[in-house]
Design a protein around this ligand. Structure first.
Ligand code: F6R
Length: 364
């Protein structure tokens, strides 16, 4: 049931601190602040290359993981959309790990990609939310997300649970490859441990999201900008908004604005900027300045330090708690989900059953 919420989507957004903590708890030994994936049938230290494959929102989780795998585990990663992977002649590393990510475990393209990678001799692992799904049955290793049933067609809690599992897999791989000191492992685990309470804090900003969403609902086009691990979150923000509010939206790597999309900017195009105060904060802000200089309407989402100097009427702001950059994709998922939700509510669309969409896409 929806409990006290008007929609499953809103309920599922609010469940995230709990289900993320539940999921993390399955892969982390908190007493030792260390990652524990249990016994695996393969040796992660021997993996030459990882291929991540998924569709839609699950693909954006994979995209975040590419940043993490390469930065923390120093493993090269290929990233593919399932429907593209299955029809291209990917050159795959001998003994490589192919990791498929799917909430339902039934998405036709992802399942076909799994079989294709298996034919190419890859080790097959999946991250899935639905027990006993087709993809789980056909994989050598299954990593569950413990999001519980996701009813809303637009994926929310499954996404942040996928990110949680991926973060743990990255840390386990880094450990196996000896590219992570015990001290660093503890720091990363500590950051993950803090994520659910930071997400809860973000969820209390509901009024700010509603106010901003009322303006967004009037727009015809909306852009989302982010850099690094927040770039996939910008893409996910645009997808969520399109799906349920039917407003055209696009996500861009902030540095790409000047290579084309800046031509779209005028006072009618809101630009949502995800800019936590991290090592790339200044870069994102300078891209934001380019938009402001052309009359663009900005919604800046950042933490206290990142909003210094912007608390005036020139732009709208949403403040989130300060988080380690490692977990910022978990935290910044909350504002993009709530902005999509409240924009759809302001437009009066059917949030849980958006037109033309199905929860599980079992056709090609
Ligand atoms: C977006 C959404 C879809 C799914 C995609 C993959 O909100 O729900 O983009 O993420 O269809 O589905 P799964 O993860 O079940 O393979």
């Amino acid at each position: 049931s929806k409990g006290n919420y008007n929609h499953f989507m809103l309920k599922e957004i609010h469940e995230q601190p709990i289900v993320v903590a539940q999921t993390l708890g399955k892969y982390i030994d908190y007493s030792k602040r260390s990652i524990d994936l249990g016994d695996l049938p393969i040796d992660l230290s021997q993996i030459p290359r990882v291929t991540l494959i998924a569709c839609g929102t699950s693909y954006y989780a994979a995209m975040v993981a590419k940043y993490w795998f390469e930065k923390i585990a120093k493993v090269p990663v290929d990233l593919d959309i399932a429907s593209e992977f299955r029809y291209r002649d990917a050159v795959m590393a001998e003994g490589g790990l192919t990791l498929l990510i799917s909430q339902s475990g039934e998405t036709a393209d992802t399942l076909a990609a799994l079989r294709h990678a298996k034919e190419k001799g890859q080790i097959i692992a999946t991250i899935i939310n639905v027990d006993g799904s087709s993809m789980a049955r056909e994989s050598e290793m299954v990593f569950h997300t413990y999001a519980g049933p996701e009813i809303g067609v637009a994926s929310t809690k499954a996404f942040t649970c996928q990110l949680s599992v991926l973060a743990c897999l990255v840390l386990a791989t880094a450990k196996a490859k000896q590219s992570l000191s015990q001290e660093d492992e503890q720091q990363y685990v500590k950051a993950l441990e803090e994520a659910p309470s930071l997400m809860s804090m973000a969820l209390t900003k509901e009024d700010q999201f509603k106010t901003v969403a009322r303006d967004l609902a009037k727009a015809r086009d909306i852009l989302f900008l982010g850099r690094g691990v927040d770039y996939p979150i910008a893409l996910e923000g645009a997808l969520k908004l399109k799906e349920i509010s039917y407003i055209h939206a696009e996500g861009y790597a902030a540095g790409e604005m000047k290579h084309g999309p800046i031509a779209l900017i005028d006072e009618n195009v809101p630009v949502i900027v995800l800019a936590p105060s991290s090592e790339i904060y200044e870069k994102t802000i300078s891209n934001m300045q380019e938009v402001l200089a052309r009359g663009g309407k900005i919604v800046l989402i950042s933490d206290d330090a990142g909003l210094q100097g912007y608390r005036d009427d020139s732009l709208a702001t949403i403040e989130l708690p300060k988080a380690k950059s490692f977990i910022s994709p978990l935290l910044y998922s909350i504002p993009i989900q709530l902005l999509a939700y409240y924009t759809a509510i302001a437009k009066g669309t059917d949030v849980d059953q958006p037109r033309n969409l199905a929860k599980s896409v079992t056709v090609e």
